[in-house]
Write a protein that binds this ligand. Sequence first.
Ligand code: DI6
Ligand code: FE
Length: 411
Amino acid sequence: MSTKTQHWQTLWTHVNLATMTDGAKTYATIENGAIAIANGKIAWLGTTAELPDFDTARVKVIDGKGAWLTPGFIDCHSHIVYGGNRANEFEMRLEGKGYEEIAKAGGGIISTVKATRAASEDELFNRALKRLTVLHQEGVTSIEIKSGYGLDTDTEIKMLNVATKLGQTLPVTVQRTFLGAHALPVEYQGRADEYIDLVCKEMIPHMAKSKLADAVDVFCEGIGFNLAQTEKVFAAAKAHNLPIKVHAEQLSNLGGTKLAAKYQALSADHIEFLDEAGIAAMKMADMTAVLLPGAFYFLRETQLPPIELLRKHGVSMAIATDVNPGSSPINSLQLMLNMACTFFRLTPVEVLAGVTCHGAKALGLSSSKGQLAVGYDADIACWDINQPAELCYQFGVNPLTHLMKAGEIVI
Ligand code: DI6
Ligand code: FE
């Protein structure tokens, strides 16, 4: 018996592997393959013909019967923790009311802040658990969850506590991002700089010290925060050794992405209005572009993200849901795979990379997640499909048959 195989616990045989070890260039496929798991990690993978001898009495063998395995999906941008919803605004807009009118009547992001502040931690948890459960059943094994509907220290902590608890409840890795600089709370109306001071001097130090956040994000936009305010938040995050992400260039080209590149951010997200200089800066800083087709669809945007330029400069592209009550109340990563193709004209291989290896990169997890490779976490999705493109091509019939998290079958 080979000593190499002695520690194997599980072995999938008769499977096709889309290993996603080649970025968005190819699926890096292994057809008629097998994959072995030991101690929650991938211990071996290759073709059936290459399979070494192993102890059939000790290893649990699963016959995949020709199924496809991919890395578990990574939803690298979400706001799934929030109170209430905004269906009333949706209805008002369809009845002809303007966005400003609705905002004046207490709507928009501020209405979600009100509902989130009013909700108990349990209420927030139970609602978010439903959302995360659905995502998990679609193959998600890692998710990023942002705060940003509290906009006061206690409610931001409450949101991040809920995110932490979600990761302890479901077999999903949760990366928590502090987004205190999401919008200006009403009590700071006309005093944005003072609010940014609170974010930098009280909230970020607290989140860092209590280890409640894994990263810091800013909504850098005309309706969010300007460049100078954004930079203050980046500097505070850096001072506390927290990685940076940015919502930038969604509605206009303010330069948030370039600024984020200066701070070696992990990602710039949305970026519909990003120009070539910003893209070159992203490449230099090895940032990932996180594209969010759900928000593009729900807001009926017409400005496409600069896909051709991102390709030309070789910037990694990730795809995520952006689940939130205002701009993307669309709780399905599988639908995003389809929309990234239909709206953004990404190829299926780019899209699959977007929810695996590039999703991992956007979260700073590329050395352990998002690929089927030896030493990587055994977060693996098993699909009843005949070719990887089916994951993008159709929607509404969930082809997931099994899901492994750290080597355990959880679905
Ligand atoms: N960009 C968005 O599209 C959402 N947040 C952000 O920074 C909007 C969030 C909301 O409307 O509740
Ligand atoms: Fe967002």
